[in-house]
Design a protein around this ligand. Sequence first.
Ligand SMILES: C[S@@+](CC[C@H](N)C(=O)[O-])C[C@H]1O[C@@H](n2cnc3c(N)ncnc32)[C@H](O)[C@@H]1O
Length: 190
Amino acid sequence: MEKENNINFTNAITLVHSIIKQKKNGKINQIFIDGTCGNGHDTIFLTSLGYVYSFDIQYKAIEIAKGYNLKNVSYINDCHSKIGEYIKENIDGAIFNLGYLPGGDKQITTKKETTLLAIMTVLELLKSDGVLCIIVYPGHKDGKDEESSLLNYLSELNQKEFNVMVIDFLNRINNSPYPIIIERIRRENE
Ligand SMILES: C[S@@+](CC[C@H](N)C(=O)[O-])C[C@H]1O[C@@H](n2cnc3c(N)ncnc32)[C@H](O)[C@@H]1O
């Protein structure tokens, strides 16, 4: 568990958690998506704030997360590009921590086509003031391709509807993972 009120910039994941936690601001019954359950760390964090739909294409990952016996979560063993088939309600936030399962099969990694479809659906579902945090891994080939297609797509989003911010490390030599933060400013009918 992270320390209360302790934001730091050492790694992308703790930074993203701090940002989402700050967004709570009195909101109740929040709903989140974890687009890549993996070892369950982001899902654990999100369940501390509200209800979570947690996706992973690998049952192995879902099994690991289930071992934590969390309440407030539905695990969905399917590709996140199918989020729209499972979730019909608007959401307060989402985390997509891309790449492959640490310690698992590196071939089973997120891919630009399915990631993009999933991100488009999540942006549709996001409430006003909701936030989507994507952690990009440009240090491997699929991650680099995914990074380019995400940056192309996200840089075209209407600035009246979304704030899109990239927080990259300028002084690291190893293509560290970094977060892209997308905040929905408003929805048409809200
Ligand atoms: C970096 S790990 C996620 C880490 C995780 N959020 C955590 O807190 O431990 C990436 C995960 O994405 C999953 N994944 C890859 N492609 C996917 C897809 N198309 N749909 C859903 N999950 C996918 C992998 O199986 C892997 O478990």
